[in-house]
Design a protein around this ligand. Structure first.
Ligand code: PLP
Length: 349
């Protein structure tokens, strides 16, 4: 009679102990792996390749949202009081710089920083450690050789050629509010021509624009399909179409052109901070940076020892302007230029 309660107590204790062990090991596993909320601003294919490789390597479950650069910035800002994202990877540097200045992202010094190209480190320094360069690529345009020939349009070689009367409704570019590519165009034209002449140019270009798309790479795809004769985009995004066999020629404009420093930032208030830092360090390795070319994205990677894809447009052969990333990524300048573009260009008939 006395044995029974003692056994019950022992069984009960064992049960509690077992349950606690189970909970501990579950918590341990969850902590070792856990999850990560990734905001991704490159092409969907590359975003998915990054998720798959990172999950495979670390066991961390990634929940990914793909949006254009300006759209992701808007989301990070809208969620600032209750952040849902942990890390923002890819997309042009300007909204990353703006987010840094507005305190929406966190300072972080990766042990991989020493392995990066100067332009990638400069991005980190100019943002006071809140964003870092992950790739670079030059802006340009592409034209569909069949469309150009069929419509008797002279082959465009310069930004000025895109204003030709024969290109009416034949040029496509994204909206700089949503797209970092299109904001790079806006900032490039202003830096090459000066603000007054640059806006005059954009207003004239507007007459030839058939559509302002949301995503920066969409005009490259439309050019490949012959939906537009000319598409303004990053040259590497147009190369993707050429590699796929489209009748498209890639142009580095004769007046010179701007370029991007695709960037990465950790979101302030990240709930999975440790995993965000793990992703950040991993994304700067040559192995992770090789995934771009595997997903047919031909940027120049920021790790000095990463292989530059042979298809990547050679930055040294392109007349690049001395792009002022600090100025055109500053909150005030970016906001001012975008609202001026909305008022003076987009709303023209
Ligand atoms: N996808 C690729 C491959 C890019 O190089 C870039 C530029 O950073 C983007 C997307 C950004 O696109 P968006 O202009 O839509 O912001």
């Amino acid at each position: 009679m006395r044995e029974l309660p003692r056994r019950r107590v022992l069984v009960g204790l064992a049960g509690v102990f077992g349950l606690a062990c189970g909970l501990f090991s579950a918590a341990g596993t969850a902590q070792a792996q856990g999850s990560l909320v990734l905001y991704c601003s490159v092409q969907e294919e590359w975003c998915r390749a990054m998720v798959t490789a990172f999950e495979r390597e670390t066991g961390i479950k990634v929940s990914m949202t793909r949006k254009s650069s300006g759209e992701t910035y808007a989301q990070v800002k809208a969620e600032a009081a209750n952040p849902r994202g942990d890390i923002w990877w890819g997309g042009t540097g300007d909204p990353h710089m703006q987010a840094a200045e507005e305190g929406l992202t966190l300072e972080y010094k990766s042990p991989k920083l020493a392995e990066l190209q100067d332009w990638a480190v400069r991005q980190w320094e100019q943002s006071k450690g809140r964003t870092v360069g992950v790739y670079s690529g030059a802006l340009g345009f592409g034209y569909n050789t069949n469309e150009i020939k069929a419509k008797g349009i002279p082959e465009p070689k310069c930004w000025a050629d895109l204003l030709g009367a024969k290109l009416k409704d034949e040029v496509q570019v994204a909206d700089p509010n949503s797209s970092g590519t299109a904001y790079t165009l806006l900032a490039t034209i202003v830096q090459i021509m000066g603000e007054q002449k640059g806006f005059d140019y954009l207003k004239s270009l507007h007459k030839n624009v058939n559509q302002y798309t949301k995503s920066g790479a969409a005009p490259a795809k439309a050019t490949a399909l012959g939906e537009t004769a000319v598409g303004i985009a990053f040259m590497h995004d147009i190369v993707t179409m050429v590699v796929d066999g489209a009748p498209v020629k890639v142009v580095a404009p004769c007046e010179g052109t701007g370029y991007e420093i695709g960037s990465m930032s950790i979101i302030k208030g990240a709930r999975n901070l440790e995993n965000a830092q793990k992703f950040y360090d991993w994304a700067l390795t040559p192995a992770a940076q090789a995934l771009g070319a595997q997903a047919k994205s031909y940027q120049v990677p920021s790790n000095r020892t990463a292989t530059v894809p042979p298809q990547a447009p050679k930055l040294a052969d392109i007349k690049l302007i001395n792009f002022d990333f600090a100025k055109y990524g500053s909150s005030e300048e970016r906001r001012r230029l975008l609202s001026k573009w909305d008022n003076e260009v987009k709303n023209l008939p």
